[in-house]
Design a protein around this ligand. Structure first.
Ligand code: ADP
Ligand code: MG
Length: 342
């Protein structure tokens, strides 16, 4: 693996939102939405990002597109510092990194036709494609995502949820980006439709050579599509590794707990499957626990965990090793996890 394989690189990303109170709107605290996240995304791969609601996934997604400025840290795209980029370099970045949002019902303007919505990127980047070719290009995009090109004049409400998400995806790939940030793209859809949209994303990845950051709150959703998976907890990465390392040999107690909550379809396996109950609620990101952020809910926690911050470093997983932020990282046999993937 050479550096040339890395398309997007996050280093020490932090985003704190001030909490304002009183009539003077004084800052009384900080929501630590993202609090030190580093990873690399390789060309053409899918990195799944998983974690409970509120752990900072969407904030991370926005930082990766420079929809927000970070409190600290950097993002490099193709070796270019994204937050320092200006002018032509920034416009280039805006083309090469696109996003698909969670909710296909609110992310599409109801007063615009599908043609206008998918063609929007061409208005923002007028030199991407000559004006006279845009309509044909939009029809190609409709066809590419499995929609009828003749429906170019219809409005979002005339489509189903799954079809709307296809429209959002068509808009996302219109400028031939290198990276697509998918922020829970199937979470709002019926389970029966989710797989179709995931299959579409996989096909587009093959055809267009896209790299995905695929955000989800559920480990079972990202397994199929991800080459690697990062598990987030309260603004930080608890564990990150190849798909099989995370699902078959997780070493972080949080990942293990999340995996044990994934339903096993085969009832005969249910009893043999270790169950780890996550106790308590997710603590507030305005006041994360000291030491290891997970220690207040962890079945393995010892005294040191409330004091020492565990680093996200390579730790043995029983077969090889991968990055885990736990003082007591250890492989744990998730019985049934293999069967579940079949
Ligand atoms: P997720 O996508 O994992 O559910 P988010 O990134 O949306 O998490 O939010 C992480 C935390 O940051 C939450 O506590 C949320 O309330 C807070 N947050 C997100 N965006 C803002 C914002 N613009 N201003 C203040 N707080 C925010
Ligand atoms: Mg979110």
């Amino acid at each position: 693996m050479t550096d040339g394989d890395v398309v997007l690189k996050a280093d020490g990303l932090v985003k704190h939102y001030p909490i304002k109170a009183g009539i003077l709107r004084r800052t009384v605290g900080q929501v630590k939405a993202v609090d030190g996240v580093s990873f690399e995304l390789r060309r053409g791969e899918t990195l799944g990002i998983v974690g409970e609601s509120g752990c900072g996934k969407s904030t991370l997604g926005r930082l990766l597109m420079r929809l927000e400025e970070p409190t600290a840290g950097t993002v490099e795209f193709d070796g270019v510092d994204m937050y320092a980029a200006r002018g032509a370099a920034m416009r280039r970045l805006r083309r090469d990194i696109q996003i698909v949002f969670q909710d296909p019902y609110t992310s599409l303007n109801p007063r615009k036709t599908v043609g206008d919505i998918i063609g929007e990127p061409f208005e923002i980047h007028p030199d991407a494609i000559p004006k006279g070719d845009r309509r044909r290009r939009v029809q190609e995009l409709l066809d590419l995502v499995g929609l009828n090109p003749e429906h170019i004049h219809r409005y979002p409400h005339q489509f189903s949820g799954g079809q709307r998400q296809r429209i959002g995806i068509a808009r996302g790939v219109a400028l031939n980006p290198k990276v697509l940030i998918c922020d829970e793209p199937v979470s709002a859809l019926d389970v029966s439709v989710q797989a179709q949209v995931v299959n579409l994303l996989e096909r587009l990845q093959d055809e267009l050579g896209l790299a995905y950051v695929f955000i989800a709150h559920d480990l079972s959703v990202v397994r199929h599509i991800s080459d690697r998976v990062g598990v987030m907890y309260l603004g930080t990465l608890a564990e990150i590794g190849d798909e099989d390392q995370i699902y078959s040999r997780p070493t972080h107690p949080y990942t293990q707990a999340l995996l044990s909550a994934v339903p096993v379809p085969d009832p005969t396996l249910r009893h043999s499957r270790a169950q780890i109950k996550l106790t308590g609620d997710v603590p507030s990101p305005a006041n994360p626990p000291s030491g290891c952020r997970f220690h207040t809910r962890c079945f393995k926690a010892e005294d040191t965990c409330s004091v020492d911050v565990p680093l996200l470093v390579s730790r043995p997983d029983g077969v090889g090793s991968h990055d885990s932020a736990c003082h007591f990282a250890a492989p744990f046999s998730v019985v049934g996890a293999e069967a579940h993937s079949a």
